[in-house]
Write a protein that binds this ligand. Structure first.
Ligand code: FE2
Length: 368
């Protein structure tokens, strides 16, 4: 048995957790830069709660992080932090603002770094302290050291560094009440993808697999309810939120595998939302594992309490309206991405780039 892990975030969850712990903000500095998207931080009530927790302390707001956060926007936010002498960063939102906040914290402490220097992870100065306030149930970014940023040229690039763990993270499920059923489903399946990919990673250990199973067990019944058209209660939202944190804890140990590696392509070039884009590859991922590690696959479905068929049916129901046509030249162009891809290599068995090409052909549906 192996439980090797490291997760230094002070995590608070439950209704009202932000306002209940103002000291977690105040002790980190005098003037935070608050990094958000355009709407969710405000609509959810999270921004108001954070401002209340700051208790009148000066803060600076950067509220222009887009859904797939751009490195250029992170640079702009970091410049704003520098100009205003901000001494810590608060990210409020779903995965995009939280990942952006991590990148901004690095850039603000290391002005003038090139993209290469940023991704080298050899930074002269320690990033500014980070607080993460989640407003969606999917990313798990609250408890990870990962930031996925879209670099000039349009590719999503992830970086991992222990100094990007938030000092504190808050997960109030009430912030997710204002999210649409479609967005809720897409973020929930992102968490399912995190957990499932993590379970089948070669880096998985007893702790990460326990987290992965728990995430599936918490999220799947609520996802079924959501897909049947029911309105989710706050209790349901709480299960989704805590499930997403379990997913984050799982990938904190293992990282993600093939569905995330290939899902980035669908988001970058076809505009498919991140969670759905990864979920498109889950049936193929399960099929590969069923072939390469049948006993582990049996154990997974036994532990989560769902059969292969029911689990796959949930994924397919969620994806029923997703239609993407991938032309042969696009498959050829993407081919090199799958060669020596570290996330794909983390999965069991040999998954050559040609198999990834085939998977793309399989998921491609002609436009009607
Ligand atoms: Fe994800």
């Amino acid at each position: 048995m192996n439980m090797t892990s490291y997760m230094p975030v002070r995590l608070f969850t439950g209704e009202g957790c932000v306002k209940a712990h103002p000291e977690e903000f105040q002790k980190l500095g005098k003037r935070p830069l608050i990094v958000t998207g355009r709407t969710s931080a405000k609509v959810s009530g999270a921004l108001d709660d954070v401002l209340e927790a700051l208790d009148g302390a000066p803060s600076v707001l950067f509220d222009r992080i887009s859904q797939n956060p751009l490195l250029t926007d992170c640079r702009e936010a970091a410049a704003l932090a520098l100009a205003n002498e901000c001494d810590y960063v608060i990210g409020i939102g779903g995965g995009s603002p939280l990942d952006a906040a991590k990148c901004v914290a690095v850039l603000a402490a290391n002005p003038g770094m090139t993209q290469e220097e940023l991704y080298s992870l050899k930074w002269p100065n320690t990033p500014l302290p980070i607080v993460a306030v989640g407003t969606s149930a999917g990313t798990g970014s609250e408890v990870t050291k990962v930031a996925v940023i879209t670099v000039p040229g349009g590719r999503k690039k992830s970086m991992h560094h222990v100094d990007m763990f938030p000092k504190a993270a808050f997960g109030d499920p009430a912030y997710t009440l204002s999210l649409s059923p479609e967005f809720t489903a897409s973020t929930a399946i992102d968490a399912i993808a995190h957990a499932t990919e993590s379970y089948f990673s070669r880096l998985a250990n007893d702790l990460s697999q326990t987290y992965a199973v728990k995430a599936n067990r918490l999220i799947l019944p609520v996802l079924e309810k959501l897909l049947s058209g029911d309105v989710l209660t706050l209790d349901d939202r709480s299960l989704l939120y805590h499930g997403s944190i379990y997913g984050g804890l799982a990938i904190n140990i293992t990282g993600t595998c093939l569905p995330h590696a290939m899902g980035y392509l669908l988001t970058e070039d076809y505009g498919i939302p991140h969670g759905n884009a990864c979920a498109v590859f889950l049936p193929a991922f399960i099929r590969i594992n069923r072939t390469n590690v049948p006993d582990l696959t049996d154990r997974f479905f036994r532990e989560i309490g769902y059969s292969d068929e029911t689990w796959l049916q949930i994924v397919r129901t969620l994806l029923k309206d997703i239609c993407v046509t991938i032309e042969e030249d696009a498959i050829e162009k993407a081919h090199d991405r799958w060669i020596n891809n570290s996330s794909i290599k983390k999965g069991w068995g040999n998954i050559p780039a040609e198999m990834c090409d085939e998977i793309l052909r399989e998921i491609s549906k002609p436009k009607i």
